[in-house]
Design a protein around this ligand. Structure first.
Ligand SMILES: Nc1ncnc2c1ncn2[C@@H]1O[C@H](COP(=O)(O)OP(=O)(O)OP(=O)(O)O)[C@@H](O)[C@H]1O
Length: 555
């Protein structure tokens, strides 16, 4: 079996910046501008302490001029922090929002073009959680945490530089008492957090998947009395998510112990500063600078440890998004062009859903340009699987599917869609009107073309009978009515091959017969492959292909 790329539950969070590089690159100027502004803001913030120190020394020396200059500098710094800080935060948040918007679009595009096998191999809710929940977390981080994170990091770095400039001995003491233990706690957090936050995100995704499935299957579950069992399953998933949340909260709380270290370091600073000032080794102003700057250091570290949880959630979410983008990538395809009409052929096709017995083994069928054939066989014989292979929705594990002699894997996806249309039994519509759904056909058909397609299929009275015509909400349609819309949508694409997988099974027999006769007449040079259980559906067709246990059983 061709390896179906699978999502990783807790993907690696190492090298994230490098892997996210392609998404950051288009915004590098805006990001650089925002970082530059943050740097100026942090420099102004860190500069407040020396300005206060200079004012204290000028006051003690009774130097009015120096005092006034220091106070003016202080005022400029305070105003600078307020004004530039605001500008830096909004610029940074704006750049972040743009990056998140790009990511969101890329994820939506990936899921829309992901191989069918990939989508089928994953729970819908889990994909939804990554595509919406994880992106929402990122957007929140960018808005609420990122500006504070950048500013705290820069302030911390500049403060250490400032302290070293005043007294390396005292800086060393503060480092030993505060920075070293604080860094140890932060490192412990970084080590523990990856697994704990990954497990939390995964538990949330499982819960979302179960919830989505409950919603989708709500009618069946109610009708069959399966709701209590399903609710019990949801409760179990919910309990696992709550336990995972508790573990992340516990890890985050342990980081809070940094405040104890902070108290010890401040005490040491005051004692050592008083001793140094009394001994004439340092001016009182310098001690004031040290105490104030150390507060910056503690606050910066405090802010960072507060944000550590947010950062880890962001890293986990980003890693899960990048994992989705990688795993859902469609396999590379060629750029060959298909002829307008041609023979569709499966040549010795093998296909496995799972390791073991293949669903199809060595199936060869040919459908010439004007061939009209029925595909029949018992339940589970492989009809739907073969139809998806013929429509290029699955790639075969062995053999090949060709149109006009060209392997479908060598052709861009849009090219295949324009030539081969598949109408499934369960036609899904998107939110909007009947017209909105028909407009999704290649070439964006207008209303006149839509009505002409109904006419050509002998369904003009059906279209006229819709309560609001083409403006009827698609959600109001019955299963059979959706099948008709699916068929009209496929015909609008004017494909060379039309494959109907039980596509008239839910339509009343008279309408079904009318549609099939109209289809057979529609174009002489169009191939038609009709999959059916009921003999009546295919009895008008000149040829039958019979499948049995994943192989062609002969006519
Ligand atoms: N998504 C899937 N994952 C795993 N196995 C699958 C999947 N879809 C189909 N199968 C298996 O592949 C085999 C062929 O299924 P397929 O749906 O192609 O048969 P079918 O002839 O169309 O059946 P039916 O007449 O009931 O629609 C069956 O054994 C089925 O259980």
């Amino acid at each position: 079996m061709a390896e179906v790329p699978a999502l990783t539950e807790a993907p690696d969070t190492r090298g994230l910046l490098r892997r996210a590089g392609p998404f950051l690159r288009p915004h590098r100027r805006r990001l650089a501008g925002a970082l530059g502004l943050s740097l100026v803001e942090s420099a102004a913030l860190v500069g407040i302490a020396p300005a206060v120190g200079a004012a204290v020394d000028a006051l003690l020396a009774r130097d009015g001029g120096a005092f006034a200059a220091a106070v003016a500098l202080l005022a400029a710094m305070v105003i600078g922090v307020a004004v530039i800080g605001r500008l830096a935060a909004t610029t940074l948040a704006d750049a972040g929002e743009r990056i998140v918007r790009d990511l969101r679009e890329r994820v939506a595009e990936r899921l829309a073009t992901a191989p069918l096998r990939f989508l089928e191999a994953h729970r819908g809710g889990a994909l939804l959680q990554r595509a919406t929940g994880e992106v929402a977390e990122l957007a929140m981080f960018v808005r609420e945490a990122l500006p504070g994170l950048v500013s705290a990091t820069l302030t911390l770095g500049l403060t250490v530089v400032l302290l070293l400039g005043y007294s390396w001995e005292l800086t060393l003491a503060v480092t030993a008492v505060f920075l070293a233990p604080a860094l140890l706690i932060t490192r412990w957090f970084a080590r523990r957090a990856g697994a704990v936050f990954g497990a939390h995100a995964e538990a949330e995704a499982v819960m979302a998947a179960t919830f989505t499935e409950t919603l989708e299957a709500r009618e069946d579950l109610r009708a069959t009395g399966g709701l209590p069992a399903w609710m019990a399953r949801f409760a179990r998933d919910n309990a696992v998510a709550v336990a995972a949340q508790r573990r992340t909260a516990a890890v985050e709380n342990r980081v809070g112990s940094i405040s104890l270290v902070e108290g010890a370091a401040l005490g040491l600073l005051l004692v050592a500063g008083a001793w140094l000032a009394a001994g004439g080794h340092m001016s009182v102003g310098a001690v004031v600078v040290f105490v104030l700057a150390a507060r910056n250091l503690f606050e910066g570290f405090g802010d960072l440890s507060q944000l550590a949880g947010d950062v880890q959630t962001m890293r986990t979410g980003l890693a899960r998004l990048l994992d989705l983008l990688t795993a859902a990538a469609p396999p590379p395809r060629g750029d060959r062009i298909l002829p307008a009409r041609g023979e569709l052929a499966a040549e010795d096709v093998v296909f496995r859903y799972e390791a073991g017995e293949p669903a199809l083994h060595g199936v060869s069928v040919r459908c010439a340009g004007d061939d009209h054939a029925g595909l029949v066989g018992e339940t589970g014989s492989g009809k739907t699987t073969l139809s998806k292979l013929l429509a290029g929705l699955y790639e075969p594990d062995g053999g090949r599917v060709t149109f006009g002699g060209i392997d479908l894997r060598e052709v861009p996806e849009e090219e295949v869609r324009a030539r081969i249309a598949l109408v499934p039994q369960d036609v899904r519509t998107v939110a909007g009107s009947v017209g909105d759904n028909l407009a999704l056909a290649p070439g964006e058909p207008d209303r006149a073309r839509m009505l002409a397609a109904f006419e050509a299929l002998g369904l003009a009275d059906f279209a006229a009978g819709l309560p609001h015509g083409l403006d009827t909400p698609a959600s109001d349609l019955s299963g059979g009515e959706r099948q008709i819309i699916g068929l009209v949508r496929a015909v609008l694409a004017d494909p060379a091959v039309l494959i109907l997988d039980e596509a008239t099974a839910d339509v009343d027999p008279v309408t079904a017969r009318r549609m099939e006769t109209a289809l057979a007449r529609l174009r002489k040079d169009r191939a038609l492959l009709v999959i059916a259980h009921r003999p009546a559906t295919v009895e008008l067709l000149p040829r039958l292909i019979r499948l049995h246990a994943g192989a062609v059983a002969g006519p």
